[in-house]
Design a protein around this ligand. Sequence first.
Ligand code: SF4
Length: 436
Amino acid sequence: MAELLPPANVAWADRNHPFNYTSHRGHRKPPNSTPNPMHQLALPDALCYNRLPIMAKADRNHPADRNHPNGAPKVDLYNLSLAEIEALIASWDDLCSPAAQHRAPGFYAREIWDSLYRRTATAFEEMATLPQELRERLAAETSFLVPSVLARQEAPDGETRKDLLQLADGEQIEVVLLRYLKRRSGCISTQIGCACGCPFCATGQMGFVRQLTSGEIVAQVLHLQRELATRGRKLSNVVLMGMGEPLLNYEQVLAAMRRLTDQRGFGLAQRRITLSTVGIAPGIERLSDESLNIGLAISLHAATDALRNQLVPINQRYPLDDLFAAVAHYTTQTQRRVMFEWIMIDGVNDTPQQAEALTARLAGLPAHVNLMRLNPTPDYDQRPSTAAAMEAFAAALDRAHIPHTMRQRRGGAIAAGCGQLRPQRVETIRERRDNI
Ligand code: SF4
């Protein structure tokens, strides 16, 4: 397997690029090298999406609507904490006259926060508790992303739904809603594309496009919540398991988690968030020290470096010894059990040798293993494991007293299963308008 290489035309000086990630413990950056063709963006034509009617709200995302009257970009309120919104309001002297000090700016900031996160407002006009003057100023200088739904797919069982969302710059991401008996989980994205290049993963196959902002991560959750609220429901769980590697967008992901778990706003319990990583060891170490009570899932898929280097190329940078040292640090710091995801691939990682290596790795660790059959993706020609191979693998875990689950293959019918997220090329609202 080729060494992991950065995408073309991304300078090392770009602090936001995932490969420029370095931990506070001083893990190294990769060597400079030439572009990897695997990371070039290639979007196929849409074959399977059901187009939705164009929604009027989509136009709020047109670039012309994203700028301040003086030409500067508008501030995305979802990118701000409550304190930052308060500071912004306080900076508008004319709106915070001494006569109004008993209400502003803390009062107004809390009203805005409430509208954004509890009432999931879609426009400033809905913030009826704010003075008209303030609403106009907010509309002129700030915005918040209400993503346009470009396409929607519903699984035949009606329990899984995938939305293709358009962001303010026209980029597209996918978000999945999974309805279980007692909970409703949102699987959300943290990057557009992914640079890690896991060969079985549709997101990895499309390459890295850009990081999502904390506001864009938050906006996905609120998008799902708006839909659920129409049926009197609330999103109960969030899994960061959509497009992208969350720990390679660390700051934005952390800010989004803190915003969503703020009890003055959306109020999601920290324990209801699960962050799934492919094994960015320094990111796991850093996360361990954040005093967060979130769940951690590791996409392991192989228990020997030789095989994992092929299935999860980032393993070349953070091999299993480094990964398990970071996981041990996480379990010590948080006292939480770690989930290990294992996509079962016929004849590749479902062998007795891999089962033995896995049980050895997990000995003494508070762990749970999720076994999932491989979901098909366009550019990976391996097959899912047989039922017999899965049973044999699970039996080996049983003998080693390692808790495990054979997870339901949710979302496979609409390519919303694990590793299948990848926006299909659809005609965007902007393109339609330009073609008129
Ligand atoms: S499995 Fe995760 S880390 Fe690997 S390419 Fe896909 S999104 Fe990236």
